[in-house]
Design a protein around this ligand. Structure first.
Ligand code: AMP
Length: 191
């Protein structure tokens, strides 16, 4: 199973990705998490990525693509993976196509969490205030949404053309959204 989960920042992709990945026994690969781990370990990749992340911008494609290529080459991703936060640009879509084609597989589906972006921004701003997250200023939060709309939202149409998109309402309680996703993917919940 090779899946992508998409949606604007704050839509709850990471949370839902874990449930889906667990069900299919595949790794949930979050490029944001890998970047953050590199930042906290102070690696060269982390130092490079941090500049962009702090501004709410995307890390350059070459850097991101190579990182994903290496990650999906790991043995645990041999039978599939769920990508959370990748691809985010058209160039990344093409690169991912190449990576998957090379292994003789295909992409099975692209889950899109649809949300009310204004409400999400409001929630993110509130969280940043409560948690005092210096890196999550209002400017950066708004910038991330802007970058998503400009560079990533157009990818949905690309995948729609390929009949891969499964849209799910991402608003509401976590468990409700999980249930909608499982229904859309035709997953029978384990009792
Ligand atoms: P996320 O946790 O997925 O929102 O990612 C956090 C940050 O990591 C983003 O705001 C970007 O700066 C960077 N990032 C994550 N994934 C990508 C990607 N596919 N392409 C470029 N930058 C990315």
């Amino acid at each position: 199973m090779r899946l992508i989960i998409m949606g604007p920042p704050g839509a709850g992709k990471g949370t839902q990705a874990k449930f889906i990945a667990e069900h299919f026994k595949i790794p949930a690969i979050s490029t944001g998490d890998i970047f953050r781990a590199n930042v906290s370990q102070g690696t060269e990749l982390g130092l490079e990525a941090k500049r962009y992340m702090d501004a709410g911008d995307y890390v350059p494609d070459e850097v991101t693509n190579l990182m994903v290529r290496n990650r999906i080459d790991e043995p645990d991703a041999e039978n599939g993976f769920l990508l959370d936060g990748y691809p985010r640009t058209l160039a990344q879509v093409e690169e991912l196509d190449g990576m998957i084609r090379f292994t003789g597989h295909r992409l099975d589906a692209v889950m899109v969490l649809t949300v009310d972006q204004d409400e999400i921004v409001g929630r993110l701003l509130q969280r940043a205030q409560v948690e005092g997250r210096a890196d999550d200023t209002e400017d950066v939060i708004r910038r991330r949404q802007e970058v998503y709309l400009e560079q990533t939202q157009p990818l949905i149409a690309v995948y729609k053309d390929r009949d891969l998109v499964i849209e799910v309402d991402g608003m509401g309680e976590v468990a409700e959204v999980t249930q909608r996703i499982f229904e859309a993917l035709d997953i029978i919940p384990e009792s």
